[in-house]
Design a protein around this ligand. Structure first.
Ligand SMILES: [Zn+2]
Length: 112
């Protein structure tokens, strides 16, 4: 794989996911603070509903970042055992163009 270093690509992806996680964590904290400062009933307050929506957005972003980190960990494990870059379903090599976009990919396009 000349020109493409999976370890470097995975490290970069892990940094991005960790950064996303930190930013959503901060968002959740500030949203929770805003909720605490509010003495009104969320259920009937338009602003409370907005805060609840923003919080669920941050939650889903955080979950996405967490599962991305899991995928990256698994890809690093495959790298260690020499199984990196092969589809976990059919065992065929995963196209390099796909790995460049999703270095954590565990499956070929057909089995994604
Ligand atoms: Zn496959």
């Amino acid at each position: 794989m000349d020109g493409f270093d999976p370890a470097t690509a995975l490290a970069g992806a892990a940094r991005d996911a960790a950064e996303a996680l930190r930013s959503t964590g901060a968002d959740i904290d500030s949203i929770l603070d805003a909720r605490r400062d509010s003495s009104t009933d969320d259920e009937h307050d338009p602003e409370g509903a907005t805060l609840a929506f923003e919080r669920s957005q941050a939650d889903s972003l955080r979950l996405a970042a967490l599962s991305r980190l899991d995928e990256i960990d698994a890809a690093r494990a495959r790298l260690m055992t020499g199984r990196y870059g092969f589809c976990e379903v059919c065992g065929e090599p995963i196209p390099r163009a796909r790995l460049e976009i999703r270095p954590w990919a565990a499956r070929c396009v057909h089995h994604a």
